[in-house]
Design a protein around this ligand. Structure first.
Ligand SMILES: [Zn+2]
Length: 114
């Protein structure tokens, strides 16, 4: 399952970022997930909860920030929000575009309890 291996990576990142003694103090992990990443947030959250059950991280919560797929057009210079996977400018139809956002899959923030 795709999301399970991603969940394991996320937990690795949390463990690398937080001192071991503070792992049980993790209140919330903020994740940024782009529309192009192919990740289903609900599946990812399910996997995260499954693999942290009975660990220091079992009480941690997760917040998912969705990042829209946006391309910038090199022909008309405008940015447009596209259906995932289509890099054509929706405004002028040009294919000469660059991806601004939407590929993200990262740990944005780790918040500890006070
Ligand atoms: Zn355009």
């Amino acid at each position: 399952m795709h999301e399970l291996s991603i969940a394991k990576n996320i937990i690795e990142i949390v463990k690398e970022s937080v001192e071991e003694k503070d792992l049980s103090e993790v209140d919330k992990v903020v994740l940024k997930i782009g529309d192009l990443s192919g990740v289903v947030p609900a599946s990812l959250l399910f996997s995260l909860e499954a693999i942290t059950n009975n660990t220091e991280l079992e009480n941690a919560g997760y917040e998912v920030i969705n990042v829209p797929f946006i391309v910038k057009c090199n022909t008309c210079g405008k940015e447009s929000n596209n259906e995932a996977g289509i890099v054509r400018c929706t405004l002028c139809g040009s294919n000469d575009t660059g991806i601004i956002s939407g590929n993200e899959l990262l740990v944005s923030e780790i918040i500890l309890k006070n």
